[in-house]
Design a protein around this ligand. Structure first.
Ligand code: HEM
Length: 431
């Protein structure tokens, strides 16, 4: 009542549909939220307020000061320290491991050949998890199995608990939550996750990202053991669901449009001169059409359709002012369909990414926000996750003809956007 009636400025943004006098949107259990979809406003907000909405605090017991959940002051320091761990030279050393993991997926997919359809998510999740943990943690094979099974199951369950808590608005209050069954389950899962991740630093072999953190801990005394555990958990948690969701959507999109699939295949053949070699950094740079398809899928089927920010200070936007101490939601889904994309904004057209005029369009950096907006964007964005996804997609398309229909997929909003109807594709071996 207070925020709705007494603290509103005359130039406050209009209320979302469904607003009722006095109770606002509380019958929808979403409280007082502003949804933004103008690219300039979104960027201004994202670069003015670095604090996350209180919903992110649900994951604090798990990843506390990791980049995703850290408060603004801690985030600024840690992001600066961690940025170098994701530089291009470090990431180039991952290409070999990514090729190995991609060949494993292609080999496992042989068991699914010639079925009318099957759910591809299991294969993609396992690829993502093993690639991320091998490249950032550098685990040996036997230790990797614990991550593939116990850690993956625990992380899935803990994400489901966060969603459950999000929907039960009374559990947003900590003093009720701490007596709940969800809290007891969360504590059990955290014990499993911590017991797996804490010893990781002692038994790794190839570990560029972890190495960087250990180096900083010893040189500057900046990270404690617990900080390192939180950063490692954050990397796996932040990459595994998002990348799996994005990659399954990309496979489904490629499956839906045979002419697009043929063009990707032909591009691969041209670049690789019909050989079955691993993809090098230079080969990957030449796969421009595949990259356009990936970006177009991220645009229309973004794994993170909304991003929440806590508003710390009053912000004057183009047509309104948003008050401090409220929450705003950046509507990535809406930004990706903004009229600036043109009259064909709702159509799947990878060619738009090859059109030279795209660079003037992307001068508004918030227009494409699949990896977040502004300075607090995804640390693993272009180089890490695009690289990993490109390699596996190129290996799969080179080997198999994919069928499926993305338009039949029904999604729900979990921590990321997930198809509830399954991720069904069919595969045939290319001759
Ligand atoms: C297709 C794959 C991915 C998508 C769509 C994605 C998307 C995003 C988005 C939208 C954010 C901003 C969240 C927010 O503002 O609340 C974010 C942050 C983050 N992502 Fe990603 N991500 C992907 C892959 C990865 C990978 C592979 C890694 C790690 C290697 C990673 C690590 C992170 C981290 C650490 C943050 C927090 C950054 C910060 O606050 O400084 N992500 N991601």
């Amino acid at each position: 009542v207070w925020t709705t009636w007494f603290r509103q400025k005359p130039d406050a943004p209009p209320m979302l549909p469904g607003f009722l006098p006095i109770i606002g949107h509380s019958h929808h259990l979403i409280g007082d939220r502003k949804l933004l979809s103008d690219p300039d406003d979104c960027l201004k907000l994202a670069n003015t307020c670095y604090s996350k909405s209180y919903i992110y605090d649900f994951a604090k017991d798990f990843i506390n000061n990791g980049l995703i959940t850290a408060d603004a002051a801690t985030w600024k320091v840690n992001r600066k320290l961690l940025n170098p761990a994701f530089n291009q030279q470090v990431l180039d050393t991952f290409i070999n491991e990514m090729n190995i993991q991609a060949r494993n997926v292609v080999s496992n997919l042989k068991n699914e050949l010639d079925k009318k359809s099957f759910d591809v998510l299991r294969h993609i999740v396992s690829f993502t998890l093993s690639t991320v943990s091998r490249t950032s943690l550098g685990l040996a094979d036997e230790d990797q199995k614990i991550i593939d099974t116990d850690y993956a199951a625990a992380i899935d369950s803990i994400f489901a608990l966060y969603c459950d808590r999000f929907q039960k608005v009374w559990l947003h209050l900590n003093f009720i939550f701490k007596w709940s069954e969800i809290k007891r389950k969360q504590d059990r899962l955290l014990k499993i996750l911590h017991n797996i991740m804490i010893p990781v630093r002692y038994f790794c072999k190839f570990k560029p990202i972890l190495d960087q953190m250990l180096q900083m801990a010893s040189d500057h005394g900046v990270f404690s053991d617990e900080d390192i555990r939180e950063h490692l958990d954050t990397l796996v948690a932040a990459s595994y669901d998002t990348t799996s969701s994005a990659m399954t959507h990309m496979l489904l999109a490629i499956a839906t449009y045979p002419e697009i699939q043929d063009r990707i295949y032909n591009e691969i053949q041209e670049v690789m001169q019909n050989k079955d070699d691993d993809f090098t950094k230079h080969d990957l740079q030449k796969l421009v059409y595949l990259e356009a398809v990936m970006k177009e899928t991220l645009r229309l089927h973004s794994a993170t359709p909304i991003i929440g920010r806590k508003i710390d200070v009053d912000i004057k936007l183009k047509n309104c002012t948003i008050r401090a101490n409220s929450t705003s939601i950046i509507g990535v889904y809406a930004l990706h369909r903004h009229p600036l994309w043109g009259p064909d904004a709702n159509e799947f057209k990878p060619e738009r990414w090859l059109d030279p005029s795209i660079s003037s369009l992307l001068e508004k950096p918030a227009l494409f926000a699949a990896f977040g907006i502004g300075k607090r964007n995804c640390i693993g964005r272009k180089s890490y996750s695009m690289l990993m996804m490109k390699i596996v997609l190129a290996h799969i398309v080179r080997q198999y003809h994919i069928s499926g229909d993305i338009n039949k997929v029904v999604c729900e909003f979990d921590i990321v956007l997930k198809p509830v109807s399954g991720h069904h594709i069919g595969l045939k071996l290319r001759s």
